[in-house]
Ligand binder design. Sequence first.
Ligand code: PLP
Ligand code: COI
Length: 363
Amino acid sequence: MQITYNLKPALERRAEQFNPTINVGFGNLRTDHMFLMDYRDGEWRDPRIVPYGPFEVAPGAIALHYGQSVFEGAKAFQHDDGEIYTFRIDKNAQRLNRSADILCIPALPEQMQIDAINALIDVDRLWFPMQEGACLYIRPFIFATEDRLSVSPSEQYTFCVMLSPSGPYYSDGFDKAIRLLITERFHRAVSGGTGASKAAGNYAASLKAGKAAAEYGAAQVLYLDANNKQIEEVGAMNHFHVLKDGTIVIPKFTDTILKSITSQSILDLGELLGCEVRQETVMLDQFISDIESGEIIEAGGFGTAAVVSPVGSYIFEDNRIVTVGNGGVGEHTKRIYKVLTDIQKGHLKGPEGWVQHVKRVHV
Ligand code: PLP
Ligand code: COI
């Protein structure tokens, strides 16, 4: 893929924004550039890196009306050698195409996606945040640009990659366990729908539930299946729990759950974690009674942005609260977090190919 470059002078805003004592938060900052490529006449064309800035989009663009848009979330980390490494980026590229297929968006070859991401990180590598524990959050997305109001798949798209120098997703970071709202009022997905894709519309549909969660002092909703019997996942992460023998349990991936790359990594890491990791259908009633009997000792969420987020309690809409263990961050959760983040930061060798060096070409 021959990428064209239109670069602005580097380091313009670095002095203001890269103060190690400032909490950069999640997703607030941008780097200087973005990667763009268009789909026209049946092929992806014109790969380019340009200054980050607004798009020109037709008011009738299909993405704006009918939500034909999918995205990914991945991360890159700076290792002790000063170089930048992406984490399981091939899995994100595969999943973008899975999501695209669910929304009738043409696939974008995985290697093209990876080359685009590497080229952009290379150009903006000096934006890697100086804060302890920070990363470059990578947001690739595809949206339908054809200017047409009939409801059928667009024939034109834009693929964009932007980068966000980021800290933790939850403002309390890993130190404080969050609370989740268990509700029968909202559902994220139904079988045969778009739940297994990272479709923009799934997140629009979660906003009302997120507001309800906040009213209960909860960080997010724990979604149940459409019959309110099984635990599915959380708004921006998969769910897990830990049994008293240390076994980690993740709900089975179905077509109503996003197949989390973090969950998949924890499943793959079983041996390094020193415990069994398995997937099964998790029934809500059993889950709650197992917490109350002490059979379940820890719980949390897995996700790229959220990493490993401890859950200390659940609240129902009748205000009943169920506390997991002592409501704090458990030892197993701490271990999972440490193993995963040590691999991401290059402090622990993970399976072959998980971390990929971003080659220096421009900077
Ligand atoms: N589930 C949902 C709905 C998400 O938005 C995310 C975040 O990407 C996840 C799960 C976790 O997936 P991953 O670990 O691949 O980031
Ligand atoms: C991610 O974890 O990368 C996500 O995409 C979650 C996002 C909705 C903040």
